[in-house]
Design a protein around this ligand. Structure first.
Ligand SMILES: N[C@@H](CCC(=O)N[C@@H](CS)C(=O)NCC(=O)O)C(=O)O
Length: 222
């Protein structure tokens, strides 16, 4: 029996955060159950019991422990299985800088980047046109975000310091989405941000997972 079940969805950036964390940790002893967001399976009675807001991802253990929220899941898994993706608990300053970087990612990057992904990517599958005013406003925020990240990344290799951590993983799915929507220039045009992105995506586990997902998406569209 696998150690736990991850309920997620294909193309879900929040699910991909967890999958990337597991890939980086080299952990494969889990079952991935894909729910169809198009069919509304995340709002089924069973999933509402797992996730009170009716979303993915969620993990459940055979003994009954259940956890939702992608970042909480990633840090729980990193702690439980000792993935080297968090600062050591004894280094309180490094832990505080990690929390700081995670807050910045979640509030100043993911918030506007998700609006772009929803308008330019998800709405296509719903047969709806993007709201260009929302996109322009969100693009301005993402550009400003990376102007600041550019300055900060001149003094550190990764978002929370000189080590690759979960915070770097948290960016990957939505940056992939920005590239898919034609906004990759936001990353590439900033030297330090672009170098950071290259360091992240060239990690062997990340490279393998991104290549496999690209291949799967191409096969699904054939
Ligand atoms: N803050 C949550 C966001 C979860 C979320 O919005 N998941 C999306 C998929 S990427 C979802 O389930 N959307 C369907 C819905 O809201 O009905 C996390 O980090 O896990």
């Amino acid at each position: 029996m696998p150690a736990f079940t991850l309920y997620g969805s294909r193309g879900s950036t929040n699910t991909d955060r967890v999958r990337l964390t597991l890939a980086e940790g080299g952990f494969t002893d889990y079952e991935l159950v894909l729910l169809s967001l198009q069919k509304g399976e995340q709002k089924s009675e069973q999933n509402m019991k797992r996730h009170p807001w009716g979303k993915v991802p969620v993990i459940t253990f055979p003994e009954g422990f259940t956890l939702y929220e992608s970042r909480a899941i990633c840090s729980y898994l990193a702690r439980k299985y000792s993935f080297p993706l968090l600062p050591p608990d004894c280094d309180v300053e490094a832990a505080a800088l990690f929390d700081e970087a995670q807050s910045a990612e979640m509030l100043y990057f993911t918030e506007p980047a998700s609006r772009i992904a929803f308008e330019k990517f998800a709405k296509k599958f719903m047969g709806l046109p993007p709201d260009e005013a929302v996109v322009s406003d969100a693009l301005r925020s993402v550009e400003m975000y990376f102007d600041i990240a550019e300055r900060l990344l001149h003094h550190k290799k990764y978002m929370a310091g000189d080590n690759f951590t979960l915070t770097d993983i948290y960016y990957i799915p939505l940056i992939q989405r920005l590239f898919a929507c034609g906004y990759g220039y936001i990353i590439i045009s900033r030297k330090a941000v672009s170098a950071w992105w290259d360091r992240c995506k060239s990690r062997p586990a990340i490279r393998r997972m991104l290549a496999a997902d690209k291949e799967a998406a191409a096969a699904a569209s054939r």
